[in-house]
Design a protein around this ligand. Structure first.
Ligand SMILES: NC(=O)c1ccc[n+]([C@@H]2O[C@H](COP(=O)([O-])OP(=O)(O)OC[C@H]3O[C@@H](n4cnc5c(N)ncnc54)[C@H](O)[C@@H]3O)[C@@H](O)[C@H]2O)c1
Ligand SMILES: CC(C)[C@H](C(=O)O)[C@@H](O)C(=O)O
Ligand SMILES: [Mg+2]
Length: 357
């Protein structure tokens, strides 16, 4: 039995989380995984109900969960307010110690020609951003005045060491290359980052390490995406580079993420936001949320089921089911349904044959 907390959140969050949860329920039922699901308020929806984007009750539920499936938070409704939905997201990451954010990206069969980048540039691209998630500018002291403001960027040796190890371990299971991205020509935190990553690399002689500056990496990511395997970087650079990376696959709606850390639970969410421009219209692409659910299954040790769910997303896309962001007319709910049909078909095909009477 594993307890999954669902934080649907705001905007398209509930639309994509609903499809991902339905996939998990289907797989859990068919394979007897015994997953249980609990909905809790989070983000703007929680501000509306209680004034707090990460209420005490939601926090307790998250702490007692095995995994958390998150939609997205935020939106114009809360932008001018004294409390922002995004503050709940940051508090959750901090409270649960989720320092490692893994964001994979690759091309999907059938979508190479959809990417705004040339098909020969994106063909075969397959990378993983390992983003430090609980340090840097996001968590440093802030001064917010009307005439002056500041955000402090701090990193400690320990914070860099632990995220670097995550990246090197991940690279060992992939193509054994880490590109550590920083701004060491300007920032003191980046120079510490570079020194510590170089030290950690000595424990991984089988993994190639290169250092790169964030500005030129932003360019190389979309001119030569196949050069990259694992990209290791700090919080803000990872946020920006991972949205840029979504261009390679064709849409930000495709990208999934896992945030893991110091406690047993972990958060699984698409990398996109609440997309207020398309919310409430069944237009959202739920592929990133469903792929995040596959990462959740991996986290719980259900790797065979994770591969089935991933294959179902691939088959739906290859079969021509495309949401509006990918130039098609498939609705969010229809795409989810198509993925579940494909899951069903795979589960039926894999069932042991009944002995004939
Ligand atoms: N983890 C999160 O909850 C998270 C992440 C990013 C942004 N946000 C918040 O979301 C709000 C909107 O931010 P934004 O507009 O800069 O970024 P966004 O990711 O919400 O949207 C950017 C663009 O991508 C499109 N898009 C995003 N997800 C899509 C999907 N699944 N299918 C189809 N199209 C999709 C949107 O329609 C929009 O045109 C802000 O309040 C921001 O703070 C939350
Ligand atoms: C909403 C925001 C705080 C968040 C971030 O910057 O980390 C988002 O952009 C993300 O990528 O998860
Ligand atoms: Mg982001």
């Amino acid at each position: 039995m594993a307890k999954i907390v669902i934080l649907a959140g705001d905007g398209i969050g509930p639309e994509v989380a609903r499809e991902a949860e339905a996939c998990l329920r289907l797989i859990s039922g068919a394979r007897g995984l015994g997953l249980t699901f609990e909905d809790h308020l989070f983000g703007g929806a929680a501000i509306d109900a209680s004034g707090d984007p990460f209420p005490e009750e939601t926090q307790r539920a998250c702490e007692n969960s095995d995994a958390i499936l998150l939609g997205a938070v935020g939106g114009p409704k809360w932008d001018g307010g004294s409390v922002r939905p995004e503050a709940g997201l940051l508090k959750m990451r901090g409270t649960l110690g989720l320092f490692a954010n893994l964001r994979p990206a690759r091309t999907y069969a059938g979508l190479e020609s959809f990417s705004p980048l040339r098909a020969d540039i994106v063909k075969g691209a397959d990378m993983l951003v390992v983003r430090e998630l609980t340090g840097g500018l996001y968590f440093g002291d802030k001064v917010e005045g009307t005439e002056e403001a500041s955000d402090l960027c701090t990193y400690s040796r320990g914070e860099v060491e632990r995220i670097a190890r995550v990246a090197f371990e991940a690279a060992r299971k992939r193509r054994k290359k880490v590109t550590s991205v920083d701004k060491a020509n300007v920032l003191a935190t980046s120079r510490l980052w570079r020194r510590v990553v170089t030290e950690v690399a000595t424990q991984y002689p089988d993994v190639e390490l290169e250092h790169a500056l964030v500005d030129s990496t932003a360019m190389a990511l979309i001119t030569h995406p196949t050069r990259f395997d694992v990209i290791l970087t700090e919080n803000l650079f990872g946020d920006i580079l991972s949205d840029e990376m979504s261009v390679i696959g064709g849409s930000i709606g495709l990208l999934a993420s896992a945030s893991t850390g110091t406690t047993g639970t972990a958060v699984f969410e698409p990398i996109h936001g609440s997309a207020p421009d398309i919310a409430g219209q069944d237009f959202a692409n739920p592929a990133g949320a469903i792929a995040s659910a596959a990462m959740l299954l991996d986290h719980l040790g259900h790797s065979a089921e994770a591969r089935i769910l991933e294959a179902a997303v691939e088959q739906a896309i290859a079969g021509g089911f495309r949401t509006r962001d990918l130039g098609g007319g498939t609705r969010c709910s229809e795409f989810g349904e198509q993925v579940r049909l494909s899951v069903d078909a795979q589960l039926t095909a894999n069932q042991p044959k009944l002995a004939s009477a």
